[in-house]
Design a protein around this ligand. Sequence first.
Ligand code: EPZ
Length: 418
Amino acid sequence: MDRLIIRGGKPLKGEVEISGAKNAALPIMTASILTSGENTITKVPDLKDVKIMGALLSNLGIKFRHHNGIVVIDSSEIKNFEAPYELVKTMRASVLVLGPMLARYGRAKVSLPGGCAIGARPINMHLMGLEKMGARIKLDSGYVIAKANRLKGASIYFDTPTVTGTENLMMAAVLAKGTTILENAAREPEIIDLANCLISMGARIKGAGEGIIEIQGTDELKPIRKYEIIPDRIEAGTFMTIAGITRGDLLLKGCRREHLDALMIKLEDTGIAFKETKTGIRVTANNRPSAKDIRTMPHPGFPTDMQAQFMALMSIAKGTSIIKETVFENRFMHVAELRRIGADISIEGNTATVKGVEKLKGAPVMATDLRASASLVVAALCAEGESTIHRIYHLDRGYERMDEKLRQVGADIERVTS
Ligand code: EPZ
């Protein structure tokens, strides 16, 4: 397994190209199931999760290729309607084939994703919505077995906003008979990107990005024509915390303020400065950050996917920061590892108290999940001496060429393949 060796303490300066958003690319790739013909999607990042989604689509008999950021998917014929456990267990977003397969073919057999490091992450709301649209759902030996003649429009209320639940049901609804209303829908920018892509295929969707989405079903959709994925706001946010913790000066090319308001306001409160330019956002920090409290919330609140990276920044802040994780029940796996690098953090339920220390000290640490591994990189880039981050396959799931991008702005970082 690969590991990263980082010698911290240097201010990072220069330009970083922000890649396309993983969490927009994955649902948009499954949207190709809704059409027959050749779909082209651009600015798709070269990530492990994209490879797994490609393998899943190929396993259905769909033709898939990914080269230089361009994905071409020909879903003219599906030979198999099963998303097997071997693939789904490695990537929960595989569940996103359920809605489109039911919408287009009226059948699907998808392994239940099971829990993961950050929580149980059930899909009950996905299934509730599909049943309301007329699907017959059976759970058997760890699989969801779903059948439907033709899905019909329905009014669906989510007890709590679910990103992939909203995406699955939006894709189910675009080919359903009649109108579907999604209430208390997720409002993330990736939802808007999927809706814009579906609209480019001929779907009739109103309200994406707001709490209520209305979808009028149509009989068929055109293939995706050169749809460009939005930039990855979580990658951009991660590099913002890196500029903050190394007292650096980074120009993040391609990212957009409107995707990151809550995070940027909080980072500004800690003392980090932003300047919007024609090509992106410039981030500078000259002093030790001031401690600020956060509470993660569904968009437009503070993103849970930035909680671990923000915690790393707060570990060397002036003062004490209170961090509440309200979206997932177990998203503090990075705390034990940050403590090894010298952070002073205590946990009580879903609340972490971070007492800022003057200095962090490099140490060997273990990545446990995607954003936890990002927080270890953030901390190691500031820690004195050498840190080794093991199991960085977690990082490769969601960050394209991160070690290369960091080296280009002056980081002393080395990837060791064993
Ligand atoms: C998406 O996961 C993202 N993944 C996650 O990013 C992100 O952390 C999460 O949204 C929250 O923003 C992708 O988009 C591929 P949810 P998702 O359904 O859709 C509960 C990353 O780092 N829930 O919005 O699985 C659930 O347990 C990943 O890139 C139910 O109870 O998250 C959680 O507590 C990690 N029943 C909350 O809702 C359901 O049917 C929000 O989950 C669905 C969800």
